[in-house]
Ligand binder design. Structure first.
Ligand code: CAA
Length: 287
């Protein structure tokens, strides 16, 4: 299969990343089935796509007609079979937990066409281990977008131990068709490249504040104005979702060791369900 054979993309998960990936795919002209586990979640994702397309049109980054056409290409569905039965590429963006993702792949495998390619938007988990739940290890890779997908240019395309070259090239071509810049990650190691660097930065910032060495505002103004990052470390944690950062850290802690122990400042936010922008509060308030 090459990129011209890809007509329909299923995106599993309508959360922060799922709806953003669905939007990017629809803007690139693909038919998109976006799926989540209930009507409420999938409708919320659909509404966010509509909001985002409206913003892009309002700022003349796309035309009103292109925004309407992109939305037309998105169907929001709940049954897995409706999402994947005619999909050429299936991009999974469900919560960052190995067990949840494995259950999803086992279910999807039963309904997906034999030739469909599977790509996981996992932020850190082993592509090889996920692929082994399916019967298509060679046609399985990572396709890791960044938050917010509609604004971020990079896509990590990760090779698992069994992924074949055709699959990697296809997914890179799809990313390019979406207007993104794919970067191939040859080694399937926890956090891949970006999160191996970025998530410890967020964690270290949290430890600094937890230990009373600096305030959140001091750390953020330093990372933003001195290091020149577009957001401070805590603003970024709120943007990404504090729960996502903690899940990545937990996995890196388990596989790579104690240097990656999640800071209590982060885990307490998760326990209180203050997850960042998506819940209206994290390290900052958004309401
Ligand atoms: N769609 C459309 N518009 C959006 C949007 C979206 N999804 N998200 C935000 N906007 C809009 C806002 O509503 C706001 O609009 P108004 O101006 O009308 O209020 C505007 O965009 C915000 O734009 P700004 O001018 O204030 O900010 P900016 O354009 O300079 O940059 C940014 C915004 C691109 C998010 C920038 O801050 C940035 O690059 N931040 C870093 C993000 C980052 O590093 N992401 C990667 C995180 S790591 C990750 O995702 C991996 C993982 O696995 C954990």
């Amino acid at each position: 299969m090459d990129v011209d054979d890809v007509e329909t993309i299923a995106v599993l998960g309508a959360g922060n990343m799922g709806h953003g990936i669905a939007e990017v795919a629809a803007l690139a002209g693909f038919e998109v089935h976006m799926r989540d586990i209930n009507e409420e979640f999938v409708q919320k994702g659909y509404d966010q796509i509509e909001w985002s397309l409206g913003k892009l049109a309002e700022k003349d980054q796309i035309s009103e007609a292109d925004a309407d056409a992109a939305l037309e290409r998105v169907s929001a569905v709940v049954p897995v079979e409706d999402a994947v039965a005619d999909a050429d590429l299936i991009i999974e963006a469900v919560p960052e937990k190995m067990d949840i993702k494995k259950d999803v792949y086992a279910e999807v495998e039963a309904h997906a066409p034999d030739e469909a390619v599977f790509a996981s938007n996992t932020s850190s988990l082993s592509i090889t281990e996920l692929s082994e739940v399916t019967e298509r290890e060679a046609r399985f890779c990572g396709m890791h977008f960044f938050n917010p997908p509609v604004r971020m240019q990079l896509v990590e395309v990760i090779s698992g131990a069994h992924t074949d070259e055709e699959t990697l090239s296809l997914v890179e071509d799809v990313a390019e068709r979406m207007g993104k810049t794919p970067v191939r990650v040859r080694k399937d190691s926890p956090g891949f490249i970006v999160n191996r660097v970025l998530v410890p930065l967020m964690n270290e910032a949290a430890w600094l504040v937890h230990e009373g060495e600096a305030t959140i505002e001091e750390v953020d103004s330093t990372t933003k104005y001195d290091l020149g990052l577009p957001m401070g470390s805590f603003e970024l944690a709120d943007q990404v979702g504090i729960d996502v950062g903690v899940h990545v850290l937990e996995y890196m802690h388990e596989v790579l060791g104690d240097a990656y122990e999640p800071c209590p400042l982060l885990t307490e936010k998760v326990e209180n369900e203050d997850l960042g922008k998506k819940t209206g509060a994290g390290f900052y308030d958004y309401e």
